[in-house]
Design a protein around this ligand. Structure first.
Ligand code: PRT
Ligand code: MG
Length: 213
């Protein structure tokens, strides 16, 4: 049995067409059932639904043989995963944003300590260290946009796709840190033990994405 870890929402929705192209149909709709283990059209392949940020943990510890996780999530996770493919789905960017009335460039120029709220502390720490910007990082688990509005922080590091969430909260993007997309991750031990079916599945995903990443 091969176990594939996905998270509900955009990762699941964007993975379905890739699974379909790889000849796999998921037999249940996670929005209609409360099941966390979903059967597929392949008797030897099942899907497990976990939190987006738990996908690397499941795959690393063998709760799943492979999974789909955003690069944002993977960068916060200690490695130990084989990452064969950029699936080019669930795309967005990771950016620094501030209140419209906060002069970020001036704060950076003055060398002031900037308070940055984020879920992505590892990536943010590396980004600001590389730029020589002094920051105090504040770890949050969600609703980052609220931090600058309440005075909790001067800036946030968050994911942006259309930009409408920032706009609705009177925030502006002042720096693009990196482009983000979802990656296929595989448990290295599973790849040895179940080499043939996993390789075939990885190859099918690769063909579905359109050539090598
Ligand atoms: O369940 P849990 O809280 O652990 O995970 P999650 O909420 O991060 O899961 P989910 O399903 O929201 O995101 C899964 C993955 O999708 C992320 O890890 C990213 O790799 C990817 N992704 C792509 C995004 C976005 N686009 C995105 N826009 N994840 C989140 N957003 C959020 C963003 O954080 C912000 O709040 O959408 C808002 C901005 O969107 P726009 O369109 O208004 O700019
Ligand atoms: Mg979310």
């Amino acid at each position: 049995m091969i176990t594939l870890a996905l998270s509900k929402g955009r990762i699941y929705d964007d993975s379905l067409p890739l699974l379909h192209a790889a000849g796999v149909e998921v037999l249940e709709d996670p929005e209609k059932s409360r099941k966390l283990i979903l059967a597929t059209s392949r008797p030897d392949l099942r899907v497990v639904l976990v939190r987006a940020s738990d996908v690397p943990t499941y795959v690393q510890h063998g709760g799943a043989d492979l999974g789909v996780a955003g690069l944002d999530v993977l960068l916060e996770h200690a490695d130990g995963l084989y990452r064969p493919l950029d699936l080019k789905i669930a795309r967005c960017r990771m950016s620094v944003a501030v209140r419209e009335d906060f002069d970020y460039a001036a704060a950076v120029k003055q060398g002031s300590r900037i308070r940055v709220a984020t879920k992505y502390t590892q990536t943010a720490r590396q980004h600001f260290a590389a730029k020589g910007v002094h920051v105090d990082l504040i770890k949050l688990y969600g609703s980052m946009e609220l931090a600058p509005l309440t005075g909790l922080a001067d800036a946030i590091v968050d994911l942006v796709s259309t930009g409408s969430t920032l706009k609705a909260n009177h925030l502006v993007e002042v720096e693009r840190i990196m482009d983000i997309s979802a990656r296929l991750v595989v448990n290295p031990a599973a790849l040895k033990l179940k080499r043939e079916p996993l390789r075939a599945l990885i190859d099918a995903f690769e063909a579905a994405v359109g050539g090598p990443a």
